[in-house]
Design a protein around this ligand. Structure first.
Ligand code: SME
Length: 137
């Protein structure tokens, strides 16, 4: 069934799998729109705990993807002015929106401690992952 606990467990396993499999994926997590609020809420993740469990729309890379509806690849986080640092070890980030029935309902967010590691292959792969995830939501 798609009960909330099952979905949470499966997404946590997915985050762990991605983080363990790709050497430059150091933090992998999902953010979802928080009900009717203009904010994202942290969902399942793998990696160090983050203080940023709530992110207002428009703030940081994640908040920009919540309103922009497009992939956001950041080769160098130090070059971004609208960026929320979760860890000083992070060098790069990719955020790919997650669509359900055409609606942007959340995103997968990956931090890397490696500079400029993300390619179009990561974008296509994570779009595929999100399409699969949307089927169990
Ligand atoms: N760096 C993100 C915040 C989330 S942490 O990476 C887990 C941002 O700028 O939105």
């Amino acid at each position: 069934s798609n009960n909330a606990e099952s979905v949470e467990n499966r997404l946590t396993e997915l985050c762990n799998l991605l983080r363990d499999t790709v050497d430059y994926y150091d933090w992998v997590g999902f953010y979802f729109k928080n009900g009717d609020k203009e904010e994202l809420k942290l969902g399942p993740y793998a990696g160090e705990p983050t203080d940023h469990t709530i992110i207002p729309f428009g703030k940081g890379i994640c908040g920009q993807v919540a309103v922009g509806n497009e992939n956001f690849v950041v080769p160098d986080v130090a070059a971004q002015d609208n960026y929320i640092a979760c860890s000083i070890t992070v060098k790069a980030e990719i955020v790919v929106p997650l669509f359900k029935n055409g609606e942007n309902i959340g995103q997968i967010d990956i931090d890397s401690n490696t500079p400029n590691p993300f390619t179009e292959e990561d974008e296509r792969f994570l779009e595929f992952v999100n399409q699969e995830v949307s089927q169990i939501l």
